[in-house]
Design a protein around this ligand. Structure first.
Ligand SMILES: *Cc1c(COP(=O)(O)O)cnc(C)c1O
Length: 457
C-alpha cells in the first residue's frame, strides 16, 4: 500500500493550511492564495496537482543538479536501505557508504582536503565549522581568537549559528542574532554600489573592508572569514574578479582561516567542481550540502583541511560534536551514485564548455529589455535585476514587490524562477538542454513584457 494518500488538490491545500508551518513563508499571505502542490517530476520539469508542467529553473532549491527521475539514485537508496538502513558513525563505528563517500570526495577537492565530517544539511555544516574553528584556535593556544567575519546579505543557513554567520537582517531581527563573536562586512556587490569605482577597484575595496574589520576587532582575535564564492540567496552576487585573490591575500597575511561556503557552488554549478577552484582560493574549510545528492536525500558535510584536521586529530581528544544522521548510509549511497553520474556524463565540463556559455549568452541579451538593469551568470547560476530606470539606476519601491510579481508571472507561463527582492534568480539543473534553455529565455522575455505592463498600469 502506498504510504501517501491520494487526495484532491483542494483537500491537500486545506490540510496544509490547517496543519503545516512552512519555512520562509508569510502564512497569512499563503492562506489567501493556498499553496501550490507539487506532485511529481521528471528531467527538468515539475508537475503540480492540476497537472501543470513547469520547467524548474531553480533545480528545486539549487540542489537537483542531476535532474529529476534518476532511477539510479532511487536504486542506490533502496539497495542501501535493504542492506543497512541506518547505523551511526559515533563511538568508533563506521559503515561502507560513509567511508567510500569520504574517500571519493577527497579525490574531487584540492590537495589540502583529505578529510570530511558529515552532517545532514548546510546549516549543520556551518554550525560544525563554528565549533571546529574555535576549537582549533583553542588547541593552538590562542583562545582569544574566536571572532568570525562574514558579510552582509550572506546566507549560511537557518540554525542559530548559521543564521548568525549569515547577514540577513530579516533573520537577525526575529531572534536577537547574531550570537557573540560574529561580525559582518560589506558584500562585493558592484551593481548595488554607487558605481563610482571600476568593478576591479571596487572588488579590491570590498575585500579590504575585511582588513579594516580585522584591525578594528584586533588581528589576534579574528579566527576566520566565511563567504559564499558567489552569494546565492542574497541575489546571486557575482564578485569582481579582483575580490577573491585579495581576500586570500588578507587571510594569509593575518593567518586567518578561510571558509568557502560551497553549499550551492559545490559539485559543479560554476563549471568547476568547487567555487574555490573557479576563483582560485585555497580554503581551510568547505561546507557542502544541496548538490552532493542532487537533493534526492538530505546530506551535508564539511571538508576540513590538513592544517585544521591534523590539530583536531592530534590534540582535541574527543571532539564532542555530531549528528544522529552524520553520514547516513542511504544518503551517502545516493551521493556516491550522484557523483558518479556527474562524472560519467561529464556534467561539470558540460556547464563550463556547453550549456553554461549557451544559457549565459541568451541571459546577457535580456539586458536590452527596458526593465533589466543588470544581468549576470557564472556556470548555471545567474540573476537579472529589475529596475525602474537604468541610467542612472533607479530602483522600484520595495512595497511594489516587482520581483514577486514577475515570479508569479513566471509560474503562470510554465517556468519556475525565484525572486530575491527585485532580482530574478536562475539556477537550472545541469542536464538542461539547449531547447530548454531557449524556453527559459523566451519565457523570461515574455514575463518581462508582462511585468512592465503591470508596473505601468
Ligand atoms: C542553502 C544554503 C545553506 C544552508 O543549507 P541547508 O541545507 O538549507 O541547511 C548554507 N549555505 C548556503 C550558501 C546555502 O545556499
Amino acid at each position: 500500500m502506498a504510504a501517501i494518500e491520494k487526495r484532491s488538490r483542494e483537500d491537500w491545500q486545506e490540510l496544509d493550511k490547517d496543519h503545516h508551518l512552512h519555512p520562509f513563508t508569510d502564512h497569512k499571505d499563503l492562506h489567501k492564495k493556498r499553496s501550490r502542490i507539487i506532485t511529481r517530476a521528471e528531467g527538468v520539469y515539475i508537475y503540480d496537482a492540476d497537472g501543470n508542467k513547469i520547467l524548474d529553473g531553480m533545480s528545486g532549491l539549487w540542489c537537483v543538479n542531476a535532474g529529476y527521475g534518476r532511477q539510479e539514485l532511487v536504486d542506490a537508496a533502496a539497495e542501501q536501505m535493504q542492506e543497512l538502513p541506518y547505523y551511526n558513525n559515533f563511538f568508533q563505528c563506521a559503515h561502507p557508504p560513509s567511508i567510500e563517500l569520504a574517500a571519493m570526495l577527497k579525490d574531487l577537492t584540492q590537495p589540502q582536503f583529505n578529510r570530511v565530517f558529515f552532517t545532514g544539511s548546510g546549516s549543520e555544516s556551518n554550525d560544525t565549522i563554528v565549533r571546529m574553528v574555535r576549537t582549533y584556535w583553542d588547541l593552538m593556544g590562542q583562545p582569544e581568537r574566536h571572532t568570525i567575519i562574514s558579510r552582509k546579505n550572506a546566507y549560511h543557513g537557518s540554525t542559530v549559528a548559521a543564521a548568525s554567520l549569515g547577514g540577513m537582517k530579516s533573520m537577525h531581527k526575529q531572534s536577537g542574532l547574531p550570537i557573540p563573536g560574529i561580525v559582518h562586512v560589506d558584500q562585493p556587490y558592484w551593481y548595488g554600489s554607487d558605481q563610482s569605482l571600476s568593478p576591479e577597484d571596487f572588488g579590491i575595496a570590498a575585500a579590504q573592508t575585511i582588513e579594516a574589520k580585522i584591525r578594528e576587532v584586533g588581528a589576534d582575535k579574528v579566527a576566520a572569514f566565511i563567504g559564499e564564492p558567489i552569494q546565492g540567496a542574497g541575489g546571486v552576487i557575482v564578485p569582481p574578479d579582483t575580490y577573491w585573490p585579495e581576500v586570500q591575500r588578507i587571510c594569509d597575511e593575518y593567518g586567518i582561516l578561510l571558509i568557502s561556503d560551497e553549499v550551492i557552488t559545490g559539485f559543479g554549478r560554476l563549471g568547476e567542481w568547487f567555487g574555490a577552484d573557479y576563483y582560485g582560493t585555497k580554503p581551510d574549510f568547505m561546507p557542502f550540502a544541496k548538490g552532493v545528492t542532487s537533493g534526492y536525500l538530505p546530506l551535508g558535510g564539511v571538508f576540513v583541511s590538513d592544517r585544521v584536521a591534523d590539530v583536531l586529530v592530534d590534540k582535541a581528544g574527543e571532539f564532542a560534536h555530531g549528528y544522529t544522521y552524520s553520514g547516513h548510509p542511504a544518503s551517502c549511497a545516493v551521493a556516491i551514485a550522484n557523483l558518479k553520474i556527474l562524472q560519467r556524463e561529464n556534467l561539470v565540463e558540460r556547464i563550463r564548455d556547453d550549456i553554461g556559455p549557451y544559457l549565459q549568452k541568451g541571459w546577457a541579451e535580456l539586458e536590452d529589455h527596458p526593465l533589466v538593469g543588470n544581468t549576470r551568470m557564472v556556470g548555471l547560476m545567474g540573476a537579472l535585476e529589475l529596475v525602474k530606470s537604468k541610467e542612472p539606476v533607479e530602483r522600484f519601491d520595495e512595497k511594489q514587490g516587482v520581483g514577486g510579481i514577475a515570479r508569479d508571472l513566471f509560474i503562470e507561463n510554465g517556468v519556475c524562477l525565484r525572486a530575491s527582492g527585485d532580482a530574478i534568480i536562475c539556477a537550472p539543473p545541469f542536464t538542461l538542454s539547449h531547447s530548454e534553455a531557449d524556453t527559459i529565455i523566451e519565457v523570461t522575455r515574455k514575463v518581462l513584457d508582462q511585468t512592465l505592463k503591470v508596473v505601468n498600469e
